[in-house]
Ligand binder design. Sequence first.
Ligand SMILES: [Zn+2]
Length: 96
Amino acid sequence: MPGRPDLVLPGRRLIIFVHGCFWHRHEGCPRTTTPKANNAYWMQKFAENTERDTRKTDQLRQSGWKVKVVWECEILDDATLDEIVREVATTPKVRP
Ligand SMILES: [Zn+2]
């Protein structure tokens, strides 16, 4: 499966990725820092990561999966984690 998803719920055709904010560049997040040393290296690395994320998400959606990205910082917050779990639980089941 493209991108090695973190959680696959076949009954709901739902795939969840848990992304580290730093590596996957969570926009506006305080964890999304950019190292000053070797800046060009890091910018290249981050660009590759986000391109790969977009590509694999597109591939999965084209194959009929719903794709949800959960950020590392969201899991650390109890209220946000509750919302995510509720959202997953209310995603309708699909018929085989
Ligand atoms: Zn974040």
